[in-house]
Design a binder for this molecule. Sequence first.
Ligand code: EPZ
Length: 420
Amino acid sequence: MDRYVICGGERLSGQVKISGAKNAVLPILAGTLMTKNAVLKNVPNLSDVSYTVEILENLGMNITIENDKMNIINSGIVNTVLPTELCSKMRSSILLMGGMLASAGEVTIPYPGGCSLGSRPIDIHLKAVEKMGVEIAESSKGIYCKVRNLQGTKIKLPFPSVGATENIMLAGVLAKGETTISNCAIEPEIVDLAKFLNSIGAKISGAGTDTIVIKGVNELGGCCHRVIPDRIEAGTFMIAVAGAGGNVKIQDVIPEQLRPVISKLKEADVEVKEDENSVTVCSDGFIANTDIKTMPYPGFPTDMQAQFMGLMCGGLGTGIINETVFENRFMQVPEFIKMGADITIEGRCAVVKGVEKMKGAKVRATDLRAGAGLVITGLSAEGVTEITDIHYIDRGYENFDGKLRGIGADIIRINEQAVQ
Ligand code: EPZ
């Protein structure tokens, strides 16, 4: 297993370019199941993308990748059982359900790998497609879904689930009649998925609002689509600069999508300047702790919670983090405590008392964003921090250590095989 070794204390400067959004490209890849061919640009080089490509190839798709450009040819689905091994590596394989039901009329999905963010149920997804005329049965291989008659209908979500919204959009594109999703997710990645689907001939309106309407069509064509920038990667770099101190221009971002992160950083006495498609963060490395409450978009993103916690560990004063989206998203706390943090958990709240100086230590990434949070703390901690299990970080950050070195961080990646 690879690890990072970070020597804290270096200020950051220069500029860094953000890659395409993981949480946009994954549902869009599910959407390519319904096309004959599609070209995707600004595709990030991430392990979650590689796993999804492997699954799509297992289903019969032909995919070629050249840098950040992906060419997808779909000459017909040859298999409707999703591979267990690959699906167990990432929960987002559930997003393939909607695309498979619309294109192949059936799919067998391995029981979704839970993950350290809690049980990650898929009840909202299943109830929705059942209402659209899908028969669901449990089998030894997983959940078997069979289209009786894919019929548009009205669906009100109990919670604005991002994945469930995306699955219903995908299933609704080729359903008979009209599907309305109310209380749906309004994340920018939902809007990008709708843009991609409409560009291949779907008829989706309302994406970005709390009600989406999908008018079923009979056939779809091909397209070329550029994936939006990754707002969570951008936010991660903004927080890294805030904690380490320095002055960095973060390019290929959509500032409007970073509103809650920008306002929280300004509350923490960090300077943020916005341009059309970049933000510049300037910090002396001293931040004033503030309170965070994670919410569905446009609230403060749960995917930025661990990173902000990493910043607050060495901040001035006390801040309370209220994690309202996932029931178990504080797995990173014991690792921060190994570095000297003063954090107490009370239910879904974490009380973070800033300490004078965090200390380098040997820690492990417990999940994707927790790993990013540990890197952020390591950049400003005294001494050397070693982070293991960084395969989690590879799921959502392209060339993370390379980009950080490019703005002055003292971080290296050690490949365990090479060391032995
Ligand atoms: C998406 O996950 C993102 N993943 C997550 O990003 C992100 O944290 C999350 O949305 C919230 O913004 C992708 O887009 C690939 P949800 P998803 O359905 O779709 C409960 C990252 O770090 N729920 O909005 O799984 C669920 O347990 C990842 O990039 C049900 O109860 O999120 C959770 O508490 C992590 N039943 C809440 O809803 C269901 O059927 C939010 O889940 C579905 C969800």
